[in-house]
Design a binder for this molecule. Structure first.
Ligand SMILES: Cc1cc2nc3c(=O)[nH]c(=O)nc-3n(C[C@H](O)[C@H](O)[C@H](O)COP(=O)(O)O)c2cc1C
Length: 132
């Protein structure tokens, strides 16, 4: 059985860039090496799934509601997100999501995530405590 490491933090380094793409329903259609390296899932495990595979229980529903409302309206979204790795440890990211279209004209979403500052993490942590 794998150990559950709920309190262990994975720190991104300055070079890490986590990239993924989804279809319009949020199903993952692309994941880069850094995404797999940090979250611990293989590409095979990620493709076809929702990003809620890395959802952390500390993240409030309201944050994702706002995220989806923003990107569905065609606007870019950015925020500080706490994610859950496969082994139960967690990692914070500064995430940006860009709505765009694939070659067939279908809506897709592209997400790029980098290391957040400690100030961003503290701010998000305090804000999320106040949200459902
Ligand atoms: C491009 C893209 C990237 C996303 N990245 C994440 C992510 O890294 N972590 C996360 O918890 N949710 C992410 N989401 C939001 C999830 O789709 C989902 O709304 C969220 O995990 C909450 O799960 P739920 O909607 O099943 O409640 C992303 C959505 C999109 C469209």
């Amino acid at each position: 059985m794998e150990a559950i490491l709920l309190n262990k933090e994975i720190l991104l380094d300055d070079e890490t860039i986590i990239v993924s793409e989804t279809d319009k329903t949020g199903k993952i259609i692309y994941a880069n090496e850094d995404f797999c390296k940090i979250c611990g899932y293989s590409k095979d495990e990620l493709i076809g799934k929702s990003h809620n595979i890395v959802r952390h229980p500390d993240m409030p529903k309201a944050a994702f509601k706002e995220l989806w409302k923003t990107i569905k309206s065609g606007k870019n979204w950015q925020g500080i997100v706490k994610n859950l790795a496969k082994d139960g440890s967690y990692y914070w990211v500064h995430a940006k999501i860009y709505p765009t279209y694939n070659i067939n004209g279908d809506r897709i979403y592209v997400s790029v995530r980098v290391k957040p500052t400690t100030v961003e993490i503290e701010y998000a942590q305090n804000l999320y405590k106040t949200l459902d």
